[in-house]
Design a protein around this ligand. Structure first.
Ligand SMILES: [Zn+2]
Length: 163
């Protein structure tokens, strides 16, 4: 079976930038994501996901997916991790790790999570397969030309310049 270009099991080339965390930190992130994945509320999809964010100060915040019977209100693990960190007063991150149970594949953050993560700057995205393979990308690779507060600032500037 051939794989589709850009499919989740066909990771993009690794970025030219140096990894933003040490291998010891990466191990801790994977452990935190895997541990939190076990708490996933995935009664409908049975697709458990864990995420762990490495903050600039070295602290780690994790999340799991939380599904809902309405389906549309389901929240991804990555956003749960981001919201947990923000609620703790942390908004600067170096890396995010995503783990799941689907052997032989990488699972990347969905579009909504990429946008939410990009609010807090560029970072490494480590996608970890259950068999221990790790694919590193930069968030800016996965979401080029992300919408940002810079666009809002441009509009505000134009409004203030208008007589
Ligand atoms: Zn998502």
């Amino acid at each position: 079976m051939s794989s589709l270009p850009g499919a989740a099991w066909d990771p993009p080339p690794p970025p030219a930038t140096a990894p933003s965390c040490s291998s010891a930190q990466l191990d801790k992130l994977i452990e935190a994501a895997d541990r939190t994945k076990l708490r996933a509320y995935a009664d409908y999809s049975k697709f458990r996901v864990g995420a762990a964010l490495l903050a600039a100060d070295g602290s780690i915040f994790s999340g799991c997916n939380v599904e809902n019977s309405s389906y549309g209100l389901t929240m991804c693990a990555e956003r749960v991790a981001v919201f947990t960190a923000v609620a703790a007063g942390v908004t600067s991150f170096r890396a995010v790790v995503v783990t799941h149970d689907a052997k032989g594949t990488y699972v990347y953050p969905c579009g909504a999570c990429r946008q939410v993560l990009s609010e807090f700057g560029d970072m490494d995205v480590y996608c970890v397969s259950p068999d221990g393979k790790v694919a590193r990308s930069r968030l800016s690779q996965l979401l080029p030309q992300a919408f940002s507060k810079a666009e809002l600032d441009k509009v505000a500037l134009e409004r203030s310049a208008t007589p």
